[in-house]
Design a protein. Structure first.
Length: 364
């Protein structure tokens, strides 16, 4: 079975290193099929028109029984203006956003998002899923790591798709005066560009559009799914702002009980300027960054077996992301307490169930 599966990957050409696209939406939709729970699919460009037709545009899936705010023709305003409107509006819906694929080489998060899109239904609220937040990053790689179902991409946006060359250095938006400058290539790192700039480079425009998506749709809880290298202190962790640590702590207990995997908390601080959870949290959104371990990182080693890895097999990582989603959604709801509970149906009961899906032998 194992040899057959690896041969199948090669035949399907999923060792993607030089894939090119001018339409990010079509690229992502070639990887995932919307299930019966999906009520509507929009392009991210509905929230920032300058992304339309580019490799950075990406599909946004709406799951649930709540109406969708379609803002394609709405004027582009500052995030602070959007937030004021959000705070003034009344809604009893519990809306949750799941964002994955900010770094396209961190594949477990995107696969977890794909599972939800293909299998899940929700009641009591709305679930918004962005499985490939940086579609451009998914089109290229400096490695040839194998991955099922989806393309194994890169950490940063494809430089061929950006507006121009990288600057000499980069400092995230709203960083403190003492914040050290980053390498210029980090301008193509989506998770350093929040809350984004509608007139900046395309990577910054993605950040702006996603932030606007969250604000326009009155998102109460947002999760950004990532992976870390074996030597990183962030592997197997939930990272959040200090004010949401209690919510994350309850979720960690549930994750550990369901998976048997030891998880830990990380409190973010000013050094996390430009990170999704740090900037979304400023807007009153309970935001969390979930990290599993990717054994191929940090160099995306193509000799590492993602599927059958002894330390962190892919099915286990995907399953843990899905358990983290369930736990954080429930824990954050308990803390909010003024909305209808969001119930997610169709989540897997075991990592073995996820493994069958990854291997393409799932029962229909």
């Amino acid at each position: 079975m194992r040899k057959f599966f690896l041969a199948w990957l090669v035949l399907l050409g999923l060792f993607v290193s030089q894939a090119q696209t001018e339409d990010g939406v079509a690229f992502v939709m070639s990887e995932v099929k919307a299930g019966k729970g999906v009520e509507k699919v929009l392009s991210l460009s509905a929230f920032l028109s300058s992304l339309e037709g580019t490799a950075f545009d990406t599909p946004v899936f709406f799951i649930g029984d709540s109406p969708v705010l379609h803002v394609k023709n709405a004027p582009e305003r500052s995030i602070s203006e959007e937030t004021t409107e959000k705070q003034d509006s009344s809604s009893t819906d519990y809306t949750v956003a799941i964002v994955a694929g900010a770094h396209a080489n961190e594949i477990a998060g995107s696969l977890a998002a794909y599972w939800i899109i293909e299998h899940c239904r929700v009641s009591g609220g709305k679930l918004i899923v962005v499985p490939r937040a940086n579609a451009s990053a998914a089109t290229w790689s400096t490695s040839k790591v194998a991955a099922p179902i989806l393309h194994y991409g890169a950490r940063l946006s494809n430089p061929a798709h950006e507006k121009g060359p990288d600057p000499g250095f980069f400092i995230p938006f709203d960083a403190s005066e003492s914040f050290p400058s980053l390498s210029g290539q980090e301008v193509r790192n989506l998770n350093r560009q929040y809350p984004g700039d509608p007139t900046g480079n395309y990577t910054s425009q993605i950040a702006y559009a996603i932030t606007r998506l969250l604000v326009q749709n009155h998102v109460r809880t947002a999760l950004d799914l990532h992976e870390a290298s074996p030597g990183s202190s962030l592997a197997w962790s939930i990272i959040t702002r200090p004010e949401y640590l209690d919510v994350a702590a309850l979720a960690v207990l549930q994750i550990e009980e369901e998976t048997g995997k030891s998880f830990h908390l990380e409190s973010s601080r000013d050094e996390f300027a430009g990170y999704s959870h740090w900037e979304w949290g400023k807007l009153g959104i309970r935001a969390f960054l979930v990290e599993t371990l990717n054994p191929a990182q940090p160099g995306d080693d193509p000799t590492i077996d993602q599927i059958f890895n002894d330390k962190a097999p892919l099915a286990e990582r995907v399953f843990i992301h899905l358990c983290a989603i369930e736990a954080l959604v429930a824990s954050a709801y308990e803390e909010i307490g003024d909305s209808v509970a969001l119930n997610i149906e169709g989540l897997p009961s075991s990592k073995e169930e996820v493994q069958k899906w990854l291997l393409g032998i799932e029962k229909n």
